[in-house]
Design a protein. Structure first.
Length: 387
């Protein structure tokens, strides 16, 4: 065993040992490019990766056990903290599951449109973080700054409506914390008009950059059958050419009334399912989310979004499962009720967990430097993995 130097400040540790002719390299959990407290155990033959073993148990969010000690509304802030950069979509999945358990089906149309608006703004904000940090992973600094600049504008809108910039507790069971403020939709429309040309600038700078394409278009290839066998979803699945999106396949809220496309990887610069395909699906999904937001603004009905919100949340005995399309794929909530005000059991299904599960299968034969780029292309959040 050869120990790495002592860790100070913002440095990170890489330790390694030799087993026969192979080198066992420990990357993380403090490594900045593991996107959280993820430790990768790399088995190397020189510079080639023979095997990757992910170790995920360093965060211990304990969401599922916390939920059993909280009332149903009190669980919402805990759901926020699963995917803390896609919190609106976590809230949406959870409250829809509780509403399904309670049989709440006749909810105001304005409530559904507000929920779609928040979910799509959150999808754009999440994808901006994903593509910005991915550029940083492979050495491009400026796109990261541009993406975070534009993400701040969405966080400003979230702060205006909920009072928070990251963890919102805004989507409630049967309603929302507050109706949209006066002038809110006008500001959202301004954001849409501002951001649409910014996507082209991002493509010119990074997405279609020759160096970036050569760096990402032939690594981390995930064939469709591999993605499906591991239960991978979201942009990671669609990057493999599989056109599966729960907003289309099992519509909820008002998605069946909205017109949008489902981008998939096509292998424009390499094999289908490469790291570049997964990245590019996220970029194109931002444009589709902008299309959805425009329609929501135009179709937003009047009325009180909270007119059907129950005063007391106490579902009957039974169970329910609801799955929705978060920025990272299928997020599912399985809830068991014993008739009390607290869930008897609450189980979260994480798309990031399945993505990490496929990591070894798509990393074999890659170089050490490519391992970092492959992890970044999966866009994982460890709060959702180590629940």
């Amino acid at each position: 065993m050869v120990a790495s130097p002592p860790v100070t400040g913002n440095e990170y540790r890489i330790s390694y040992e030799r087993q026969g002719d192979d080198l066992i390299l420990q990357m993380g959990p403090q490594h900045p490019s593991t996107h959280g407290v993820l430790r990768l155990e790399l088995t190397l033959d020189g510079e080639l990766v023979k095997h990757v073993r992910p170790h995920i148990g360093y965060l211990h969010r304990c969401f599922e056990k916390h939920a059993e000690a909280m009332t149903y509304p009190q669980v919402i802030p805990y759901a926020d903290r699963m995917d803390y950069v896609g919190a609106m979509c976590q809230e949406l999945g959870y409250v829809l599951a509780v509403e399904k358990l309670m049989g709440l089906t006749d909810l105001p149309a304005r409530l559904h449109y507000i929920r779609v608006l928040m979910a799509e703004l959150q999808r754009i904000a999440s994808h901006l973080l994903a593509v910005g940090t991915y550029g940083l992973d492979v050495g491009a600094i400026t796109p990261f700054l541009w993406c975070f600049r534009d993400r701040e504008k969405i966080l400003d809108l979230f702060e205006w409506v909920s009072g928070a910039r990251l963890l919102y507790n805004y989507l409630w069971i049967g309603g929302v914390a507050h109706d949209l403020p006066a002038g809110y939709l006008d500001k959202v429309r301004e954001l849409v008009e501002y951001f649409t040309p910014r996507v082209k600038e991002l493509n010119d700078l990074l997405s279609l950059n020759k160096i970036f394409i050569e760096r990402t278009a032939h690594i981390g290839v995930m064939p469709p059958e591999v993605a499906i066998s591991y239960g991978v979803g979201g942009p990671n699945l669609r990057g493999s050419g599989v056109r599966w999106d729960l907003r289309k396949e099992e519509p909820y809220c008002t998605y069946d009334r909205l017109d949008f496309d489902v981008p998939v990887g096509t292998g424009e610069f390499g094999p289908v399912g490469s790291a570049w395909d997964r990245y590019m699906v996220r970029v194109r999904e931002m444009l589709e989310s902008l299309k959805i937001v425009r329609q929501v603004i135009d179709q937003m009905p009047s009325g009180d979004p909270n007119e059907a919100m129950p005063r007391r949340v106490r579902p009957p005995e039974g169970d329910a499962y609801m799955r929705t399309e978060s920025p990272r794929g299928e997020i599912g909530f399985y809830i068991v009720s014993d008739g009390s005000e607290k869930p008897f059991r609450c189980k979260g299904r994480s798309p990031c967990f399945t993505a990490i599960s496929a990591l070894s299968a798509i990393s074999q034969g890659a170089l050490v430097a490519d391992a970092v780029a492959i992890v970044g292309s999966l866009d994982i959040v460890l709060g959702e993995v180590d629940r």
